[in-house]
Design a protein around this ligand. Structure first.
Ligand SMILES: C[S@@+](CC[C@H](N)C(=O)[O-])C[C@H]1O[C@@H](n2cnc3c(N)ncnc32)[C@H](O)[C@@H]1O
Length: 285
């Protein structure tokens, strides 16, 4: 049976060493993602559906398409990136960071005068928005819903950003949201929406979602008081982490905080941050 007939029947085709290596290089170049050989079956699993959809006989043919100048190929490249990113996230993930925000950062903005800049936070690998909306809930609770605080959520994946903007989640994703917050900030779905919740519009108006590649392109112009960049650096190698951290530092106000995932150490990277506690860092100044 040919590879094509395998594809049409829904079976995953084999990936040659050369095709895997080309895909490794391409995703590294675009997104900084370091796919080890251990990820081969994951790559096959995630990309096979594109081969089937496009009726392509092999991963070589898919790769050739991705690097071609054919019209509309940019959209396929975006899908390729979307499929190879891991978007696992949930509300109130890694509580330690939110406690730090509430105990150490928010108080600095509570009694600020009318001329001081409101708190700004960037969720720099936002995935489907759970981290950003968790921040919204905490700032609404502790600074007030009418205070001018603002959140930016960004991600490289267009598909996941569309989910973030929609702000509709299944119950599993909100399991750690305190009951009192659920009542105030989440609307329970009924009928065909049963089992889902939606974020209230009053919170949504404080957050903006935008596409941003941590690795490439110009850094953002605005400066933030706090940047969350959590559970994405695990996919990067040492050089990429260094690059990403130093790009993010440029977007932090002096004295601002950078927060990484608990399992992501900035140890051994070259940067100008002071460690507050592991995974929470402060820019000097
Ligand atoms: C596992 S999620 C982390 C979500 C959230 N920060 C958390 O801790 O729960 C990782 C996210 O990083 C995004 N990502 C991967 N490479 C990226 C890049 N080069 N630039 C921006 N986002 C990237 C992925 O699309 C994915 O949504």
């Amino acid at each position: 049976m040919s590879e094509l007939s395998h594809n049409l029947m829904g079976n995953s085709p084999e990936i040659s060493a050369k095709a895997f290596s080309n895909i490794q290089t391409l995703i590294y170049k675009i997104a900084g993602i370091n796919l080890t050989t251990a990820k081969k079956s994951l790559v096959v699993g995630r990309l096979s559906k594109r081969l089937r959809k496009l009726k392509l006989p092999s991963f070589e043919a898919y790769y050739d398409l991705l690097i071609s100048n054919q019209e509309g190929v940019g959209q396929e490249v975006q899908l390729f990136v979307d499929l190879l990113t891991t978007n696992e996230t949930y509300f109130f993930r890694e509580q330690l960071h939110f406690d730090f925000l509430v105990d150490k950062v928010i108080p600095l903005f509570k009694d600020a005068g009318p001329n001081s800049a409101p708190l700004s936070v960037w969720s720099a690998a936002s995935s489907s928005g759970e981290e950003g909306y968790t921040l919204c809930m905490l700032l609404a609770e502790h600074l007030g819903i009418d205070n001018g605080w603002r959140i930016l959520g960004s991600d490289i994946s267009a598909t996941i950003l569309a989910d973030a903007k929609a702000a509709i989640y299944n119950e599993q994703r909100v399991r750690l949201v305190p009951a009192s917050y659920r009542h105030k900030y989440l609307l329970k779905g009924t009928g065909s929406q049963k089992g889902y919740v939606a974020v209230v519009p009053e919170l949504k108006r404080h957050i903006k979602f935008d596409s941003f590649n941590l690795v490439e392109g110009p850094v953002r112009k605005e400066l933030f008081d706090v940047i969350f960049c959590r559970n994405v650096m695990i996919y990067f190698d040492h050089d990429t982490k260094n690059k990403v951290i130093n790009r993010l530092i440029k977007c932090l106000k002096p004295g601002g905080y950078l927060i990484s995932g608990r399992s992501e150490s900035l140890h051994s990277l070259t940067h100008d941050l002071t460690t507050v506690v592991p995974s929470i860092y402060q820019k000097k100044g």
